[in-house]
Structures are given as structure tokens and as C-alpha cells.
Design a protein. Structure first.
Length: 905
């Protein structure tokens, strides 16, 4: 089969991917012609082939016949669609359009998003359609709209190559946007004079690159940027001409900054920073013209998120550092298609094509274009409010698409209560068993990556194609198709009669150009920078051939050649009616909840290097599981000591809303009083590690984005009687185990386990738990009752089938060597002795914890190369072992090992 060009479905970098189906699977490579990545992929993108597998797929529609019944049954698409259409119609007839909702996702394609939004706002007549993008970038959207009048990101990736100062705020770019980070690394190597400042409470892989790291107190960003605004003005860096001719609100923002952040000492004290460090940053920013301020979840996910965004934009407006090459505020989008969703209006407070729900003129344009019977007239409920309304019974039917709210929303147990209460829950997904699917009355199988056909838009406004290269699994269908089937049943078939994604894209592109006057055209109406008029009229073949393109693409094609159009705001015109940008006064506010006696620590949440969202896809890839095999809490050593928690043991973290149990680590990266728990683990992968349960449901008042970075919690030891792990070729039930976590290995599944009940007879217990039969004669066992150590392994035909290691303390043998035994067709006597002893007789055969996932290089090999092979640099390690030479995500860890520091496993 030929190579298909498509796009990575993970982060907002939007890397181009080349996929080729081979007789043994799928080959994946970076697309060297794609301007987002020029051939590079991070380890998640490189491992995409490991996720194109049938395991766990939802293959057919399923229906629950009666509410309260435990099981669903297989149904035809016809029956499932009747059930959805009838159920929604009955509730709308009885209670009105606002009694139903869609909850969609930054994972769906623009075409799915467009159809969902059109059906809800134009045909149902409600704006109750929100998305998990609310959880990641709605503060950026709100900030852009307040400042610019339209949600326009004014910076491109190419600008990063030209900046002299890049400020990374609330962004662990090295792990969350790895290919973009490597671009910054390369730019700095080419131009060492380029400076990098990282503003983040944590020390992360990203801070390794920083010339300055400002470890500010969590939630104090507004104060820091207000202080910068004041310092820039008093330092003579105000671009008076720009401010006078292109902005409004300067005096208000400046007075506010002067009042609250008028002295370095005051700002430094508030932010918990060294005043000299802060002054250095202010000076550097002031003296550098080409500045890009990149911001991401650490800014957006806060009850002050929108103010944080505007406090950053204020500094760019004051200095006029926007609208030219190498400068501007740059929102790094979390999800692959959050931007596409914004284009079509797939949020409860938007309309479509960057038009406003609350504007009657805009509503008339959209309703006229759709020729729809009605149009939503007021904003719908935003994610957190939406699920509160479901629990309160105000919303009685919800259709959830491509997202897992029981894991990802704050106060996540409330989501369970809401879905239990909801009269009709429809879930479209690619995976049959998630934490959300048990609540579904109707389950609809959706296309997965590799099957999907449509477009996504990345952080720099670049539209790229996702193209299919494998046949859909089972009866999986596109989400837009299912939505159209419901519309057809309601008598709207004509308005939803698309023969393919190309027709939906065409309609979306035409709407962006409708009543959108380009200079010199006859069109009248509200100007929007989002204009895809030049992409209309594509048939299927032209759509298939669509090259990655940044919007705008107006009908006259001018954007492709006119730099003034291609760099937003280069002409000094903004999208408020008067053409001016707005300063926004941002008085500092405290986060929604502050630490107190009961909950003295601050919980921060985020991603780890090799996982994505709730692991429904990345959890399938052995290569990705090996770097961080289990959920953890990272806390300051002193906080751990005070709480009686030891690194490597289990800890319970609790907030007012819920609790979890995870492995404790003290990496040295956390400041006092704060701890970090990753967002990925859930009930499919661990007994008790769903961090959404703990997160406070406080939201930003403007954007509605939840405060994922600041929940008061307490930490305490989770005492257990024994620790252990199991590697098994078969999946095992974990019933009755106090604590467990699961990861996918190459030809095995690994379980880390711990128990609170004392086990007196491990041989009997192990045989029972692992299903060992009397005829299984090749059963190797070692018991040391005095120290509580037990080891056992089952070998069948000289192949290891399962092994179990237990101890009274968490200090267990290396899993890396044991994992390697599962790759062998035969284990020999030396391996058998190693199984009994608990370690390989040849220590060199133990790779140790994985550091470089791209090439599977373990810590032992790296340390050996440093100590015994003269490798004294990242480059030397790369030459010797290849580690760090692909995506570069492990380079900070390589540096740590070179410096002699330990890397947390
Ligand atoms: S940086 Fe990695 S996860 Fe993000 S789009 Fe590129 S390959 Fe995918």
C-alpha cells in the first residue's frame, strides 16, 4: 500500500505523519514536508503504530434496554439511531431544547464538530454543546476575544526561529509539545544569544533549557505580569505611537498594575520570587524587541486564567511587540483539534465561523446560511455547569463524543452521579471500556485515528488533513454520520445530506466567507479574520489532496502571498469594531480555594512525557508505558517527611472532593507546599488514581475553565502489609487487591500490586490468584517467610508465562530484566536461577528503567556508557546508544544522569 500523509492525533503541535500499512502492521514516520514538524515526531507520534490495534475497540452499537440494567446488548445502527433520535426528541418535546446537551471533544475532527454544532444550535435550538477543550484553552479564547475582538493566535512556529527571547509560562513544553520544544532547542543552538525564560512553580524538563527560571508561587502569574507591565512603562519601553493609535484601555490597565504591582519587592514577595531574579526578567523583557510569550495549561487552567492571558497580552500591547515576525503572545494548544472546534463554534458560548451567539446580526447570518428552523439565542452551559445541570435533572439527555468526563472533569465523582441520574446517556467512542462507557444507555462505535477522514487545526492556525489508511474496525462510523442520521430522523435530512467529509468542510469554509468582507470585495457584514473562502468548492479528490495551510485563506487567495494578511495585526488593525486592541485591567485575585489546616498543600496536575489524556490510546503502546509505568505523586522531600511519607511507598492524597492512592516520589522538582499528580490514570489502569476526583470544581468566571492547577489537599502514608508485582502473558483480574496498577508490556501485562491484609501462605495464595493448576509442573518458587519475600514463576515449554514477586517493602527486583524474558522463546537455566534469586546473574543484561522510549534505552546502559565508555555529553551518549537522537524528550534526563543525579523511575 502507498504511504498516506496524515496528522498526529495527540498534541496541538499538529505534526504531519506518514503511515504505511505493511503485511505485519503499520509503519509510521514524520512527514518531512509538513511545516509543523519537518519530519520530526516525538515518542508518542512515533509509537502511533502500536495503537492501531483491535484491542479494546468498541465494534458495534450497544444498547441498554432498561435503565438500571447492568449490561448493554449489541444493536444495529438503525436501532441505535432510532433510540437516540426518539429519546432526544421525547425529552425536547416535553422539556424544551435546553433539556438536552452534547459534550464533545478537541479529539474530534472539524467536520464532526461542525455538524454537532449545527445540529444543536440551528436545529435543536439550544447552545448546550460544550467540549473538553473548555478544560484546556477556553481561557486563551476568552483572552484573545477580550484583547483582539476575535480568537486569533497571532504567532506561528516559524516566528520561534526569529525571536530573541522566548518566555514559556505554565508550559512544560519539553514534554507536552516535544517537537515544538526541539524546534526552540535548535533555534537556540543556531543563535545562542536567544534567551529562554521559564515561568513555572515546578522545575521540569523545560526548565533545563532556561537561561532564567522563575519558580513563582502557584496562581500568582497575574501579579508577575502586572509587575512587568508597570516596569516596562516606568523603564521607558512603552510604544507610545502604537498604544495611542491601535489600542484602548491603556491607562486603566496601567493604573491597576501600578496600584497592585508597583514595586519589584512587592511583586517578588507576592510571587515568592527572588527580587533580583524578577528584576533580571523584567530587564531582559524590556530590552528585547523580538519577544514571544508562549503560554499553556499553567496559565489557562485557573480561576484567573483569562486575566492571566490578558495580563500577558497587555505587556505585548504596551511595547507594540505584536503583529511582526518573531514576537507576540502565543497560546500553545493542548489538543490536536481544539482550534478546529473554535473555528466552527463548538463551544457553548460561540456561534459558528467566529461569529457571536449574542449578536442578532450574526445569528441571522448563520441561520440564513443554514436555512435552519431556529437558532440558539443565548449561551449554553459550559462543561462544569453542564454536568451540574445533569445532576440537578435540568438536562435529561446528553451525547458524549470522544471524551471521558468521568476521568477528565474536576470533582469527577460528581460526573458519575450526574450520569447515573441522567435519563439518556449516549456515548460515541472507539474504546468499549472506559470510565464513562458504563453509564451509557447507547454506545456508538466511532472511527479511530487511521480510520478518520477530515481536518484538524493546530496551535498556529494550520489546517491539516487526517486521512484514513486502514478499514474501520467492526461497524465503526464517523461521528458526523451518526449526527446526520439523527437529523434525518427528525426530518432535517436535506440540511445534513453530506456524502463525505469534503462536503462538510466545504460548507464550513463557505460559512467563514459568508458576509465576511475582504478588502476590495463587494461583501458586506462583520469582518472575521477566519476566512476559508479560498478553500471552498473542493470535491473529494481536491480535499484528499489538500496540503497543510494556515488560515486565513480568503477567496481571492491573497493570504498565501500577502504577508500583511499572513501575520495578523501587522497592519495595526484589530477586530473590535473600532479596529483597536484592548488593554484589560487585571487586578490580582486569589485562586478559588487556598490551603488551610485540613488541606495544607496545593495539588498541581498535568501530563507525563509519554502518555496522552486518559490513556485509551497511549496506554496500548508498550513503548510508551515503560517510561512512567505507574501513577505517582511528586512532593517536596520536607513535605513528605512531615507527612510521614517515604519515597517509593504509597501515599493517599485527599481533598474536600475525593482522594486517590499513588506511589510517592521526591524528585526535587517540587517547591515546598505543592505536589504534582499526573492526569492520565483511571479505573481501567489503576485501582485508585483518578486525579479528577480531587480537583476543585472552581472555574474562571469569564472562560468557565476549571482550576486544575490549584486544589488544596493533604498527603498521608497509605500503609500496606506487602508490595509486589506480576508480569503475565494473560490479563489478570485484580479483585480483592487493595491497590494495583496495570501497564502494557511487549507480550505481557505488568501489574504493580500492594495489599493491606497480611497473607500467611503465599504459595497457596499465588497459585489461587494466578490460576496455577496441579498439572503446571514447571512452577518455580522461593519463599523467605522471615523477611516476607516470595517469588514464583510459571514456565510452559521453556517460555515464561507469569511471574510474581512479593516483599514486605517496596524495594523489589528490576522489572526491566524480567520483562526482557517475555521476549524470549526459551529461557535457559541461567534465567531460571535469576528468577529464583530475583536478579540476572549477568547484571549487564538488566537495562534498568527506560529513559529513551524511542530506542528503548535503559538507565543501566546509559550509566555504563558514562562510567565505562567515556560518554561525557548528550551527543556522545547519542552516538553510542542512539538515546536522545529522535524526539529529544529524554535529553533533560540524559543531562541529569551525566551530572550524576538520579532520575525517578
Ligand atoms: S509533538 Fe508529538 S504528540 Fe505532539 S503532534 Fe507532534 S508527534 Fe504528536
Amino acid at each position: 500500500m502507498s504511504t498516506i500523509k496524515t496528522t498526529c492525533p495527540y498534541c496541538g503541535t499538529g505534526c504531519g505523519v506518514e503511515a504505511r500499512v505493511t503485511p505485519t502492521g503499520v509503519d509510521i514516520a514524520g512527514d518531512s514536508g509538513h511545516p509543523a514538524n519537518f519530519g520530526r515526531l516525538c515518542v508518542k507520534g512515533s509509537a502511533l503504530n502500536e495503537t492501531v490495534v483491535p484491542e479494546g475497540r468498541l465494534l458495534y452499537p450497544r444498547i441498554r434496554d432498561e435503565r438500571g440494567e447492568r449490561d448493554t446488548r449489541r444493536a444495529s445502527w438503525d436501532e441505535a439511531m432510532d433510540r437516540v433520535a426518539d429519546g432526544f426528541a421525547r425529552i425536547i418535546d416535553a422539556h424544551g431544547p435546553d433539556a438536552v446537551a452534547f459534550y464533545v471533544s478537541g479529539q474530534v475532527l472539524t467536520e464532526d464538530y461542525y455538524v454537532a454544532n449545527k445540529l444543536m444550535k440551528g436545529y435543536i435550538g439550544s447552545a448546550n454543546i460544550d467540549t473538553n477543550s473548555r478544560l484546556c484553552m477556553s481561557s486563551a479564547v476568552a483572552g484573545h476575544k477580550r484583547a483582539f475582538g476575535e480568537d486569533v493566535v497571532p504567532v506561528s512556529y516559524e516566528d520561534l526561529d526569529h525571536a530573541d527571547l522566548i518566555v514559556l509560562v505554565g508550559s512544560n513544553t519539553a514534554w507536552c509539545h516535544p517537537v515544538l520544544f526541539q524546534r526552540i532547542v535548535k533555534a537556540k543552538q543556531r543563535r545562542p544569544q536567544m534567551k529562554i525564560v521559564v515561568i513555572d512553580p515546578r522545575r521540569t524538563a523545560t526548565t533545563e533549557l532556561a537561561d532564567l527560571h522563575l519558580p513563582l508561587r502557584p496562581g500568582t502569574d497575574v501579579m508577575l505580569f502586572n509587575g512587568l507591565l508597570h516596569a516596562l512603562h516606568t523603564g521607558g519601553h512603552t510604544d507610545v505611537n502604537f498604544v495611542d493609535h491601535h489600542t484602548h484601555g491603556f491607562q486603566g490597565a496601567l493604573s491597576c498594575a501600578a496600584e497592585h504591582a508597583g514595586s519589584i519587592a512587592r511583586v517578588a514577595a507576592h510571587c515568592g520570587l527572588d527580587p533580583d531574579l524578577l528584576e533580571s526578567f523584567y530587564k531582559l523583557f524590556g530590552e528585547t524587541r523580538k519577544v514571544i510569550t508562549c503560554f499553556s495549561m499553567g496559565v489557562n487552567q485557573a480561576s484567573t486564567g483569562t486575566d492571566k492571558v490578558n495580563s500577558i497580552i497587555n505587556c505585548h500591547l504596551l511595547t507594540g511587540r505584536i503583529g511582526a515576525q518573531g514576537m507576540g503572545p502565543f497560546s500553545l494548544t493542548g489538543q490536536p483539534n481544539a482550534m478546529g472546534g473554535r473555528e466552527v463554534g463548538g463551544l457553548a458560548n460561540m456561534l459558528a465561523a467566529h461569529m457571536d451567539l449574542e449578536n442578532p446580526e450574526h445569528r441571522a447570518i448563520v441561520q440564513g446560511f443554514w436555512n435552519s428552523p431556529r437558532i440558539a439565542e443565548r449561551p449554553g452551559l459550559r462543561a462544569v455547569e453542564l454536568f451540574e445541570a445533569i445532576e440537578q435533572g435540568r438536562i435529561k439527555a446528553v451525547w458524549i463524543m470522544a471524551t471521558n468526563p468521568v476521568v477528565s472533569l474536576p470533582n469527577a465523582d460528581q460526573i458519575k452521579r450526574a450520569l447515573e441520574r441522567c435519563e439518556l446517556v449516549v456515548v460515541s467512542d472507539v474504546i468499549e471500556n472506559t470510565d464513562t462507557t458504563p453509564f451509557a444507555d447507547v454506545l456508538l462505535p466511532a472511527h479511530a485515528w487511521g480510520e478518520k477522514d477530515g481536518t484538524v487545526t493546530n496551535s498556529e492556525r494550520r489546517i491539516s488533513r487526517q486521512r484514513p489508511f486502514v478499514a474501520p474496525a467492526g461497524e465503526a462510523r464517523p461521528d458526523w454520520w451518526a449526527l446526520c442520521e439523527v437529523a434525518r430522523r427528525w426530518g432535517y435530512g436535506e440540511a445534513f445530506a453530506y456524502s463525505g467529509a469534503h462536503e462538510i468542510f466545504d460548507e464550513h469554509a463557505r460559512l467563514t466567507a459568508t458576509a465576511n468582507p475582504t478588502p476590495g470585495s463587494d461583501a458586506r457584514g462583520p469582518f472575521r479574520y477566519l476566512n476559508l473562502g479560498g478553500l471552498t468548492g473542493m470535491d473529494r479528490a481536491a480535499f484528499d489532496a489538500l496540503e497543510p495551510v494556515r488560515w486565513p485563506v480568503p477567496p481571492d487567495g491573497a493570504a498565501a502571498t500577502d504577508p500583511a494578511r499572513h501575520t495578523p495585526f501587522s497592519d495595526g488593525r484589530y477586530f473590535h469594531p473600532d479596529g483597536r486592541a484592548r488593554f484589560v485591567a487585571t487586578p490580582p485575585r486569589a485562586p478559588g480555594h487556598m490551603p488551610a489546616e485540613d488541606y495544607p498543600l496545593i495539588l498541581n496536575t498535568g501530563r507525563v512525557r509519554d502518555q496522552w489524556h486518559t490513556m485509551t490510546r497511549t496506554g496500548l503502546a508498550p513503548r510508551l508505558a515503560s517510561h512512567t509505568p505507574e501513577p505517582f505523586v511528586d512532593l517536596h522531600p520536607e513535605d513528605a517527611r512531615e507527612a510521614g511519607i517515604r519515597a517509593g511507598e504509597l501515599a493517599r492524597i485527599s481533598s474536600r472532593w475525593g482522594s486517590l492512592v499513588v506511589r510517592a516520589r521526591t524528585s526535587g522538582e517540587m517547591p515546598r507546599g505543592t505536589l504534582f499528580v499526573p492526569i492520565h490514570w483511571n479505573a481501567q489502569f489503576s485501582s485508585d488514581a483518578r486525579v479528577g476526583r480531587l480537583v476543585n470544581p472552581v472555574v474562571d468566571p469569564v472562560s468557565g475553565e476549571p482550576e486544575f492547577k490549584h486544589t488544596p489537599v493533604r498527603a498521608e502514608p497509605f500503609a500496606v502489609d506487602w508490595h509486589g508485582f506480576v508480569l503475565s502473558r494473560q490479563r489478570l483480574p485484580m479483585d480483592g487487591i487493595s491497590w494495583w496498577t496495570r501497564m502494557t508490556g511487549a507480550q505481557f501485562t505488568r501489574y504493580e500490586v500492594a495489599g493491606r491484609q497480611r497473607i500467611d501462605n503465599w504459595p497457596a495464595m499465588a497459585r489461587r490468584a494466578l490460576g496455577i493448576r496441579s498439572e503446571d509442573t514447571d512452577w518455580i518458587e522461593y519463599v523467605d517467610s522471615a523477611s516476607g519475600v516470595y517469588r514464583a514463576a510459571l514456565v510452559v515449554d521453556d517460555r515464561i508465562e507469569v511471574c510474581l514477586f512479593v516483599s514486605g517493602c517496596p524495594d523489589l527486583p528490576s522489572r526491566a530484566w524480567l520483562s526482557s524474558l517475555f521476549q524470549k522463546d526459551r529461557i535457559d537455566n541461567v534465567d531460571r536461577i535469576g528468577l529464583l534469586v530475583g536478579e540476572p546473574l549477568d547484571r549487564a543484561s538488566d537495562a534498568g528503567p527506560t529513559v529513551c522510549s524511542c530506542f528503548g534505552v535503559g538507565q543501566t546502559a546509559i550509566v555504563d556508557a558514562i562510567r565505562n565508555r567515556g560518554c561525557d555529553s548528550v551527543e556522545a551518549l547519542g552516538a553510542a546508544l542512539k538515546c536522545g537522537t529522535n524526539c529529544g524528550s529524554c535529553v533533560p534526563e540524559l543531562r541529569k544522569l551525566l551530572s550524576g543525579a538520579e532520575v525517578p523511575a
